[in-house]
Design a protein. Sequence first.
Length: 233
Amino acid sequence: MASQSHPPNAHVSSHPLVQAKLSQLRSASTSPKDVQTLVHEIALMVGFEALGSALKTTESGTDKSPLGYTYTSTTISPSPSSISLVPILRSGLSMIPAVSSLLPVPVPIHHLGLYREKSTLQPVEYYNNLPYHSSSAGSSSGGPADLAIVVDPVIATGATACAAIDTLKDWGVKRIVVLAVLATREGLEKACGEWAEGVEVWVGGCDEAVDERGMIKPGLGDIGDRLFLTIGK
């Protein structure tokens, strides 16, 4: 998955199925329904590889099979209660079902709202529901996650990904996995360099650059508008 031309904590998929689906997703003729399906499928495949690297297997006791045989049951480490899914609003929401389906049980989902200011292309945070404070004394529900999984289909300039990483690092997470469908080379390098020892970035593909509007070339267009049928708003 990794290439020598990318940072060591960057992983760009070379899987033929990911590349075929990414090519379909690029097309302006792809219907909104197929856009949603393709983002889901690419997120599933990239997420499968990323979580296979980020998680470990641990024993969780014993259970019985339908035939009555006892076997050792397993789960993941870190435990699901110590994992947070963090979609970047709004397009990151499209990747949540895929990544959630890979995990053995539901995990907390904490949303971050970030948009790029049009003239500077710098991120502006408008929503953050990370649980900075526990709901009651002695509760661990407000504590930072051991592992935060950030999902956003596109890493263009890298500024939004870096802002999300900084926010989660300030919250106190121990590790961050960033999942994206497509990145630029510059955006990937920025995201990987923001906290090199604590972040792994996994993407389906990598384009060279953005245009003057901050859009990836050839890219996917405005993926949020394509997902939510708001083109021409």
